[in-house]
Design a binder for this molecule. Structure first.
Ligand code: SF4
Length: 316
């Protein structure tokens, strides 16, 4: 339906020149905690707290799923430590994506990864197969506390993917990502930057709503990680926007602080990733609008500079 992603001139920065964001590491707010909604520039003409169980807590849990995750995380950390000792690249790396032997993704693909060598149409079909498998996932206890798995939506061949934290109440109810107040704001930001929502793919670090919209734990993020990695492998975006600190920790650096990383492009696994604030943070603190708008202008500029995709890749 859209004719051009970037039909309009550069938008003026959004209103709100309040003091810079405060101390580093401020937590991302839950959507329900959001306060007054700020304004946002209109689209060009024409054109989601804290509860972090430790490994020890998990290992001692009565819940078999948590104990299983604790073992997987322990193996993951031991592997990372061994790699560092052996002189592996010391740059802050995205967490390893080893898929546990009992992860449900392996029932779809025994290797834990999508098949290689797929064309664009086959990858879109594989993404649908992935969606079908993910919707039945009960791998971590989050699933017991929500209505259903929110897989994500958008163009299966999007060159831009946005990754948030996890579904909120509205998302859980409707089974779609970013459809609550924060989602409406994200839609306006995307439109203003020249990206109609259907032209991108939107998903979250965890696909099941954490109770009370708290931040997903490390174990929950690790449990859902193989699904996220498989999505990204199939969509093959050139650009990824990490919305908020949880997404930045999952995609860029487990120790990431969004106040330090935001606005800086980083490359991981051949993908250019730009962390910025979660839209829910803007609902709580409108002074962040200017920075987020600047970040999305950078995304727009990077998108414009992308080389055309090879015909074979772009074709169906
Ligand atoms: S959060 Fe992810 S890993 Fe956990 S049950 Fe839901 S889909 Fe499965």
């Amino acid at each position: 339906m859209q004719t051009s992603l970037f039909g309009g001139a550069d938008e003026p920065p959004p209103p709100g020149d309040a003091a810079p964001v405060g101390a580093a590491g401020s937590p991302e707010p839950g959507e329900e905690a959001a306060a007054a909604e700020p304004g946002w520039p209109p689209a060009p003409a024409g054109a989601e707290t804290p509860l972090q169980p430790s490994l020890l807590d998990l290992a001692g849990s009565e819940e078999p799923g948590w104990r299983r995750l604790a073992r997987a995380l322990g193996r993951q950390r031991a592997g990372a430590a061994a790699g560092a000792a052996a002189g592996a690249a010391a740059a802050p790396a995205a967490p390893p994506s080893a898929v546990p032997a009992d992860h449900p993704l392996r029932r779809l693909w025994p290797s834990g990864r999508p098949p290689e060598g797929l064309g664009a149409r086959q990858r879109a079909q594989a993404l649908e197969a992935l969606r079908g498998a993910a919707l039945g996932c009960t791998y971590c206890p989050l699933r017991a506390g929500c209505r259903g798995v929110v897989f994500g939506e958008g163009d299966p061949a999007a060159r831009l993917v946005l990754v948030g934290e996890g579904p909120g109440a509205t998302e859980d109810e409707l089974g779609r990502p970013f459809v609550g107040r924060a989602g409406e704001l994200l839609d306006r930001i995307l439109e203003a930057a020249g990206f109609p929502r259907p032209s991108v793919f939107i998903t979250n670090v965890v696909m099941c709503r954490p109770p009370g919209n708290r931040t997903p734990s490390e174990a929950e993020m690790a449990a859902c990680r193989p699904w996220l990695e498989a999505k990204l492998e199939l969509i093959r975006p050139d650009l990824v926007v990490a919305l908020g600190s949880t997404a930045a920790r999952a995609l860029v650096d487990p120790a990431a602080r969004i106040t330090r990383l935001r606005g800086q492009w980083v490359e991981r696994r051949g993908r250019r990733i730009l962390p910025t604030y979660h839209p829910a943070a803007l609902l709580r603190d409108p002074s962040k609008k200017r920075e987020v708008w600047s970040d999305f202008q950078a995304v727009r500029d990077a998108y414009r500079a992308l080389p055309p995709r090879p015909l074979r890749e772009a074709g169906a």
